[in-house]
Design a protein. Structure first.
Length: 179
């Protein structure tokens, strides 16, 4: 990697349950960066939970919120950006993040994701009779987008700290390469 691409921020993408929020918070703490979670910003702006937005306004409205927030991020510096799992499916969002951030995708298998999210009920897309089938379906649709990340990090059988340390290592390498 060499060139002049600015790496001001670090963006975490990946499917629900891959650990973007927990890894992102730790990475931000270790790098002394600001932590920003796009889901939290949407909820704050909309004054509603994500489940309420999906239920009352529909998924397209939620995706519009995400796009607006991504557009605003181009002005950020020293920020760890944790994104909602469907945000990079909008190619424009992915391209925009890459103009200022190293984009790191956290990866896990469908079975592992299912084990991690099965006891949570705040994800409207997984409120299905067969959540594992839904995870498999969404993962196969989304994989081509996730694979466009600068770096893919496997989170299987690894602690949050182990993943965070690898993410930071990749970030330092990218900053050095693009300097
Ligand atoms: C979504 C993932 C969620 C949240 C929303 C939609 C998705 O975020 O943005 O429920 O489309 O995968 P997490 O990935 O943080 O769970």
């Amino acid at each position: 990697m060499s060139g002049t691409r600015p790496i001001e921020n670090l963006a975490l993408i990946g499917f629900m349950g891959t650990g973007k929020s927990s890894v992102g918070r730790l990475v931000a703490q270790l790098l002394h960066f600001t932590y920003l979670d796009t889901d939290q910003v949407v909820e704050c702006r909309a004054h509603k939970s994500i489940s309420e937005i999906f239920e009352k306004d529909g998924e397209p409205t939620f995706r519009q919120w995400e796009q607006v927030i991504v557009e605003e991020l181009i002005h950020r510096k020293t920020t760890v950006i944790s994104t909602g799992g469907g945000l990079p499916i909008n190619q424009g969002n992915l391209d925009s993040l890459k103009t200022h951030a190293l984009v790191v995708c956290l990866w896990a298998s469908a079975d592992t994701i299912y084990e991690r999210v099965r006891d949570h009920d705040h994800r409207p897309l997984l409120a299905e009779l067969d959540p594992l089938a839904k995870i498999r379906e969404l993962l196969s649709i989304r994989e081509p987008y996730y694979r466009q990340a600068d770096v893919l990090v496997n989170t299987e059988r690894r602690s949050v700290r182990e993943v965070a340390v690898q993410v930071i290592h990749q970030f330092h390498m990218a900053q050095a390469a693009y300097r």
